[in-house]
Design a protein around this ligand. Structure first.
Ligand SMILES: Cc1cc2nc3c(=O)[nH]c(=O)nc-3n(C[C@H](O)[C@H](O)[C@H](O)COP(=O)(O)O)c2cc1C
Length: 394
């Protein structure tokens, strides 16, 4: 059986979030899913600092370059450059609703011009061998019927475009901010399902408001792929399951199992596989940060992506606070991350021993309370690396 294609699960393009550092972090968590750059305008690709705008680490593959624009020459030139740099897919943004984008006549307002989009895609495809794909909405403003959406897709598909990522809500171009446009217009998943039924040969990925595995798996029964945006950024640990749950059963391959390959943590409950995997990834990312830092990248520009990795568990608040507040004083990423890990592990150990007490029917109803209110005994905290410059108290 053919392995599932990478776009079966993708991480959405997000300006100011999915930079190359975040993508590297994602790749430590899921080896198979498709990653996207932030949107880069075709003009910036042609005239801007390419190293800065388009640089990526070889580990980030498979990686799609998202372009914005509405000029066929610029877009096709930019596609050629993207192909030359080694991207795996070129994607056209037909979904961004911001004013700046509208004034340049691209992004979501192109939903009103299916023929132009079709011509743009044809021009890009004529110049590159890579798949040229589209990310769009289900409509804009009052042009929000299923029929108009279907017509848009049919017209663009006539250019040869086979793969569409659909943010399943329309964009209100007049009156809603880009942020509101990600939440306010209702989700129309049924439009995307119907599209797949009518165009079974197109590869359709669904996007918008998908935050948990049960939803991902439900969508995958109806369409070819799921694209996660904010959920993958703000809760990257969601992606730990991606390779096993989305890709493994078809390819027959056993993806690297971070759960079982994690390093032993003294005192950590043996079954805390998720924390073990999180720690492993945090350490690998710290090594990456130190390497990039030595090339001049500020630690804060990279460390911000790590903040969401550990959450909703004892010690998570200290994890966040340590990584955010102490980053500017830290001599290096490794010591900063070790300090944050120590705090989380100490809390995990304390919680585990509290649970043991409860399991052994020790009469002490206030154990939980004690854990959260008392400072941890210093002996339960693993030794910190010296000179971290971090100033954290439990
Ligand atoms: C901060 C931010 C920046 C975004 N930038 C882009 C972008 O550059 N290109 C794009 O096509 N969509 C962009 N989006 C939209 C996302 O790709 C996605 O379609 C949207 O967030 C809905 O998916 P979600 O509910 O899973 O987050 C952005 C979203 C956010 C939150």
């Amino acid at each position: 059986m053919e392995p599932y294609p990478s776009q079966r699960l993708s991480v959405a393009p997000m300006m100011e979030l999915t930079d190359r550092h975040f993508r590297y972090l994602m790749r430590l968590i899921s080896q198979r899913s498709l990653l996207f750059t932030e949107m880069v305008t075709a003009r910036a690709v042609l005239h801007g600092d390419r190293g800065y705008l388009l640089g990526f680490n070889a580990a980030e593959h498979p990686l799609a370059l998202q372009l914005g624009g509405s000029d066929a020459n610029e877009l096709s030139e930019a596609s050629v450059i993207g192909e030359g740099l080694g991207f795996d897919e070129i994607n056209l943004n037909v979904g961004c609703p911001s004013d700046r984008v509208q004034s340049g006549r691209f992004g979501a307002c192109l939903m009103a011009e299916p023929q132009l989009v079709s011509e743009l895609i044809a021009a890009m495809q004529a110049r590159v061998a890579l798949p040229v794909t589209v990310k769009c909405r289900v409509g804009i403003d009052r042009q929000d019927s299923y029929d108009l959406f279907r017509e848009f897709i049919a017209e663009v598909a006539s250019s040869g475009c086979k793969r569409f990522y659909v943010h399943a809500r329309k964009a209100w171009l007049d009156g809603l901010s880009p942020k509101q446009n990600r939440d306010v217009p209702p989700l129309r998943y049924e439009f995307v399902y119907q599209l797949k039924q009518e165009f079974p040969d197109l590869e359709i990925s669904i996007n918008g408001g998908i935050t948990e595995w049960s939803a991902i798996e439900t969508h995958l029964q109806k369409v070819d792929g799921v694209m996660l945006g904010r959920a993958a950024y703000y809760n990257p640990a969601l992606m730990f399951d991606a390779d096993a749950r989305v890709y493994a059963d078809s390819s027959g391959a056993n993806p690297p199992d971070l759960y079982s390959s994690g390093i032993a943590q003294p005192g950590l409950p043996e079954d805390d596989a998720l924390l073990t995997a999180q720690i492993e990834v945090a350490r690998q990312y710290a090594a990456y940060m130190d390497e990039e830092h030595s090339e001049g990248v500020p630690l804060s520009a990279m460390c911000r992506h790590l903040v969401g990795l550990i959450q909703q568990r004892p010690g998570a608040r200290l994890w966040r606070r340590t990584l955010s507040s102490n980053v500017n004083q830290a001599p290096n990423a490794a010591s900063l991350v070790e300090t944050a890990i120590d705090l989380v592990v100490a809390h995990a150990q304390a919680s585990a021993s509290a649970n043991n007490l409860v399991d052994n029917s020790v009469e002490n109803n206030s154990v939980e309370k004690k854990i959260s209110s008392e400072p941890l005994p210093s002996t339960t905290v693993m030794p910190r690396q010296s000179g971290s410059g971090c100033n954290v108290s439990t």
